[in-house]
Each structure stands twice: as C-alpha cells, then as structure tokens.
Ligand binder design. Structure first.
Ligand SMILES: Nc1ncnc2c1ncn2[C@@H]1O[C@H](COP(=O)(O)OP(=O)(O)OP(=O)(O)O)[C@@H](O)[C@H]1O
Ligand SMILES: [Mg+2]
Length: 289
C-alpha cells in the first residue's frame, strides 16, 4: 500500500462476512443512494438514516444504557464520547444487532426496526468495524476484502475463487477511498493496524454500507495512521455515508465529527452540534465525567 501506515485492527468478522456481503451487495445493487433500502422510495430530506429513541440496556443490575437517544443523518459524523464503561460499545451493539435493547426504539430511515442479529443490521446497510476483530492475517488483502462474497470462476467441480477478480474488486474499493494498493495479494498480517482499519472501512463501503460504525478506530494508532483513518472517515462522509465514531480522543473526534454525543455511566450527558461547542468545551466535559 502506498497509503500512510495505520494501526488498529479491522473488524471484519469473518462470521459476518457472508451475511454482510449477500445483504449489502443486494442493497448496493438495488437501492441507489437516497432511497429507502428494500422499498426504493425516496428518503425524505432530514430523515435520519438511523435514530435511537430512549434506548435502555441492562445487564443484570448494571445499567449499561438508560434512555439514550441519538440521530444520524446521511453524510454526517456523530462522535460518541465517554469514559470507560460509559456505555458506548453497548450502544453501538444495540444499533448493530448484537444486543437487543431492553427498551426504546430503533428507526431506520424513519421506520421502526428490530435487529435479531448483526446479519439483520448488515442487511440494512449498517456495517460495524470493531477494533478487536481482525481480518485473517494469513490471507491476502484481496481474500480478506471479498471474504464471504468471493467471486468465482468455472463451473461445478471446477468452480474456484477468481483471485484476479477479487484483486480487481479490492483495488477498486480501496482506490475509491484514495488508497493505492501496491499488491492485493500481500498478506494482511504484513499491514499495519491502521491499514487494516482502512481496508475494513473500504470493504464496508464497497459492500453498500450506509451507516458505518467505528469503535475506537484510532486508539492503537500513531499520529500519521490516525490521520489517515480520519481521512477515510471524511471520505465516507463525503460519499453520503453516516458515520458513528467512538473514541476517547477529542482531538481525533473534533476535526472530523459534526455532532458530539457524550455518555456518562450509561446516561446521556448531552448532544452538541459542532458549532455549539469548542474543542475545549468538549474536552472539559469529558474531563468532568
Ligand atoms: N455483556 C455484558 N455483560 C455484563 N455487563 C456488561 C456487558 N457489556 C457491558 N457491560 C457493562 O455495561 C457498562 C457499559 O459498558 P460498555 O462496554 O458499553 O462501555 P464503553 O463506554 O464501551 O467502555 P470502554 O471505553 O471501556 O470501551 C459497563 O459497566 C460494563 O461493565
Ligand atoms: Mg467500549
């Protein structure tokens, strides 16, 4: 890759690969941007792509989330900020079908939805990149990129992976984010964590994500790698994707995010548009948590 190095880890759950690709590929083919997936009807302007209304989630006596509401519009980056244990990961797990919320409603393009499993969320174009879910390091970048949606050639017993097509798809997907891949057969194990994040983001976009959820994508990255990932986030936003960015780092969140939602011990500490708060104010709210 000629992109700047990265670090972090990609989250393409191999387990999610097939579902994601079937579903997201369909979404990409049949639902042009600006249309409600599945129905094809135009999305009214200003309808959030994804909205959570008064979500609550309890683990036994632990209140992981209480009455959390948030909105995400197309082409918008919402930063989800908060201290350890604030409920950030629980919230995105509720948004991405990992957890069923105990109370509250989730709306997709204004329509209430319930995700039984991550596959359901993926089918609706919600792709989540978890920091701790890596790609398969022994496989090449292209093999990881098309995981679960491998192009094939030949028929019957001779049906096999079309590696050249996989590499072409990968190169195109990465180029769309401005990443020039030197060698798509290069094993993912040789990429830095940040490069893996970029591949994960490009992969999600390529397979039709309308909502991209990133859990601490820069936490393990150096300065240049973080910058590159933040550029990728900006690239996704410019393509009309809604991004939820979880981070502890206000300096990473502030330049790229449009909205800041701050969680504190499972409750909302407030949601602020960027023109309402300075970086210092966000920092001091975080410090006061
Ligand atoms: N599967 C679970 N079972 C029990 N408790 C859980 C579970 N997942 C989260 N919790 C609890 O819910 C609360 C919120 O956790 P969560 O992981 O959402 O926080 P977070 O904001 O993502 O924190 P961090 O910044 O450390 O990742 C914590 O008290 C945590 O211990
Ligand atoms: Mg977390």
């Amino acid at each position: 890759m000629t992109a700047q190095p990265h670090n972090g880890a990609m989250n393409n759950a191999a387990a999610l690969g097939a579902a994601k690709h079937d579903a997201a590929t369909q979404a990409r083919d049949t639902d042009p941007p600006g249309r409600v997936p599945g129905t094809g009807s135009p999305i009214p302007q200003n309808t959030p792509v994804l909205e959570a209304r008064s979500l609550s989630k309890f683990f036994g006596r632990v209140i992981a989330l209480k009455d959390i509401s948030m909105c995400l519009h197309q082409g918008e980056v919402v930063a989800l900020l908060g201290d350890n244990g604030a409920g950030k990961s629980t919230l995105i797990k509720c948004l991405s079908g990992v957890h069923a919320p105990d109370a509250g409603t989730l709306l997709l393009h204004g329509v209430p939805v319930r995700f039984k499993e991550p596959r359901d969320a993926l089918r609706h174009g919600i792709a989540t990149v978890y920091q701790d879910l890596a790609m398969i390091p022994q496989l090449g970048v292209a093999r990881n990129f098309v995981l679960g949606a491998e192009p094939t050639k030949g028929w019957g017993l001779w049906r096999r992976l079309d590696l050249r097509a996989a590499e072409r798809t990968t190169r195109e997907g990465l180029l769309r984010l401005g990443i020039d891949l030197r060698d798509a057969s290069e094993s993912v194990g040789t990429l830095s964590g940040g490069e893996r994040q970029s591949v994960a983001i490009a992969r999600a976009l390529h397979f039709g994500a309308r909502v991209l959820i990133l859990d601490e994508p820069t936490s393990a990255l150096g300065v240049r790698e973080s910058e590159r990932v933040l550029q990728d986030i900006d690239g996704a936003r410019q393509k009309g994707v809604g991004v939820i960015l979880i981070t502890h780092n206000v300096h990473h969140a502030y330049p790229v995010a449009d909205i800041f939602t701050i969680l504190k011990r499972g409750r909302s500490y407030g949601t602020f548009a960027k023109d309402e708060v300075t970086r210092e104010q966000v920092l001091s709210m975080m410090a006061g948590l």
